[in-house]
Design a protein around this ligand. Structure first.
Ligand SMILES: [Zn+2]
Length: 613
């Protein structure tokens, strides 16, 4: 039997918890808190702004200071300060609680602290914090770290910088850190979950044999999240040996570290980014540290990965202006291009930092050679579209018709991404002038480019052009159809009943059509936001993409016009499908004729005549 005292304890904890939750809610103004993420404007007793959780152009996101709550009438999300922080920061409740308690200056009672300690994410952050302290103390206090210290000094890192960035060192030993953290009272399972300890298959959790440190003989750079919690590390090998396992080793993906979500240096740069209203994005962690040391403090880097949508959303909270420095070789440019496409689509103002030829291969090197050159390059960064234009026209003759097409093929996919019509139009007109081609012709071409989906540009540029080749005009009509239906879900019944099964059950979007049918047959309706995203190989967010396409192409449509458009599309798709099918059979018929295969020929001709959508 469970003792009564246990229940009393639980009830006591819960009542304490709700007291403290209430205290935090009373101390933090919901509009102030949300105002850190969203620009809010007064709307009567409430405030409103653009929803941070869905794409919108007119505000439907309301905050009520009186009710201490928020709600979006566009995407139906809503709640209190805790749910807001959970949602926007990707935290679980206990983490949000700890975070907001700190902000409110509410001291949590002991029983509550135990509760919070119970969250694995909080435990992993504690482990990382303790490990960072250990590495740092080792570097500055232990004589055997001298070699590491010498290396850092040689790279021009000052001792204040080591303190500020908590740079550390761990010597080449088997399980020094693991043993230390175990003595500090952390559980072995949590150490493994933090990525700091590696577990062998035959490891014994009782004696801790078979558990060893991931980072050995390395200079350690902590990685913080935007709130200043240590979530992971980069370890740079001090003495490169054959079996030292790579120059850099990073914390693997854990419950608190996801490299596609963490921006290195943001916790230290965010204030300056806000006050300068500019993000300077570089590639390496050493570049970030060198820039901060040189007094440029609005500098960040993505952690060893191309810029992702999550990165861009995080950065956008602080500024929409971003100056980027990236490797100018072909591979570096292609890698950067994907991130730039995402940032363009999110409406960010992007500029490219171009270092002069002999200035050094990266910001760190440039700062060592001549800091003024770097500061100057950041200042004079070039607008991304101007930069793309200059690149596209290099070594090409705009009077040559082949070159004309190449140039427009290169630029239109980027122009298409710009979410602001006026700006988009500006670049389109400039291109039309420079190529001496009518704007209307470019618009037509742009529709074709648009049809291949924005996803195209997000992949490697080469991959994107391959996508254009395999996508038929029928595929594009079908995309348009789905875009329309996602914008007007009430029309879905019409599509299901249109006799398009043959046409829609083949081709790129067939799996999506299957899913829509299942949904419709069960519920007699569909909710596009609830459809699974990952149905199409190579495009991880097909439903979002098609929905956006629908929003964009049918922005001014009412239901009636949408219905008429749908009727037209259904006819065209049927017609094209029949033509395609007949074309295919035609080839087989010609082959059978040549081979003199009469039986085959008769069957094929029969098929040909009976083709229908
Ligand atoms: Zn919303």
């Amino acid at each position: 039997m469970i003792p009564l005292a246990f229940f009393v304890f639980i009830i006591y904890s819960i009542s304490n918890m709700s007291d403290e939750v209430q205290q935090i809610k009373d101390k933090i103004d919901v509009a102030d808190l949300i105002g850190e993420y969203v620009q809010l404007k007064p709307a009567g007793v409430n405030k409103k702004g653009l929803c941070p959780f869905h794409h919108e152009k007119t505000p439907s996101f309301m905050v009520s200071p009186e009710r201490k709550s928020w709600h979006c009438f566009g995407c139906a999300k809503g709640g209190d300060i805790f749910t807001f922080i959970e949602e926007i920061e990707g935290m679980e409740f206990k983490e949000a609680l700890k975070y907001l308690a700190n902000k409110a200056g509410v001291v949590l009672t002991n029983s509550f602290k135990q509760e919070i300690g119970g969250s694995q994410r909080n435990r992993l952050k504690d482990i990382n914090t303790e490990a960072a302290r250990f590495f740092y103390n080792f570097l500055i206090k232990i004589p055997s770290a001298k070699l590491a210290m010498d290396y850092l000094i040689k790279r021009g890192i000052k001792s204040e910088t080591i303190d500020e960035w908590q740079i550390g060192f761990i010597p080449e030993q088997w399980d020094l850190l693991t043993q230390y953290l175990l003595k500090k009272g952390f559980a072995i399972d949590d150490l493994v979950a933090s990525g700091l300890t590696i577990k062998r298959d035959n490891a014994d959790p009782k004696t801790y044999r078979g558990f060893y440190d991931r980072f050995r003989g390395r200079i350690m750079f902590p990685i913080w999240d935007a709130h200043g919690d240590v979530v992971g590390f980069t370890g740079r090998v001090l003495v490169e040996k054959e079996n030292s396992g790579g120059k850099y080793v990073n914390t693997p993906q854990t419950a608190v570290y996801d490299k596609s979500r963490v921006i290195f240096g943001l916790n230290k740069a965010k204030q300056e980014i806000r006050s300068k209203n500019l993000i300077v994005m570089v590639e390496g962690q050493m570049d970030v540290i060198a820039c901060h040391q040189a007094g440029m403090r609005n500098v960040v880097a993505s952690s060893g990965t191309a810029l992702t949508e999550e990165h861009v959303k995080l950065l956008k909270r602080y500024s929409i202006n971003i100056n980027m420095a990236f490797d100018m070789d072909e591979a570096g440019q292609n890698a950067a291009r994907r991130g730039i496409a995402i940032a363009l689509r999110e409406g960010m103002n992007i500029k490219v930092i171009c270092l002069p030829e002999d200035a050094g291969k990266d910001p760190d090197e440039c700062l060592k050679k001549n800091p003024h050159v770097w500061f100057d390059a950041v200042e004079k960064a070039q607008d991304i579209m101007e930069w793309y234009f200059a690149k596209a026209f290099t070594n090409k003759d705009p009077a040559n018709h082949h070159h004309k097409q190449t140039i427009s093929n290169e630029l239109l996919p980027d122009i298409v991404l710009i979410p602001y019509a006026v700006e988009r139009d500006h670049w389109l007109r400039l291109l039309s002038e420079k190529l001496n081609v009518d704007v209307a012709v470019l618009r037509e071409d742009m529709t074709r480019v648009k049809g291949k989906g924005e996803g195209g540009r997000w992949k490697d540029v080469k991959e994107a052009s391959a996508t254009v080749l395999v996508k038929t005009s029928l595929d594009m009509r079908i995309e348009r159809l789905f875009g329309l239906v996602f914008k007007f879900p009430e029309l879905v019944g019409k599509v299901i009943g249109a006799g398009l099964d043959n046409a829609l059950s083949v081709g790129l979007l067939a799996p999506l059509y299957e899913q829509i049918k299942i949904e419709y047959n069960t519920n007699k309706q569909i909710e596009p936001t609830k459809l699974p995203q990952g149905l199409i190989v190579g495009t991880e967010n097909i439903v979002d993409l098609l929905s956006m396409q629908g929003d964009w192409e049918f922005a001014d449509f009412h239901l009636k016009e949408a219905g008429e458009e749908l009727d037209k599309l259904i006819l065209i798709i049927k017609d094209e499908w029949v033509k395609n099918k007949r074309k295919g059979l035609q080839i087989e018929i010609e082959r059978a004729e040549k081979a003199g295969d009469k039986i085959d020929l008769e069957q094929l001709l029969d098929k040909y005549n009976k083709v229908h959508a």
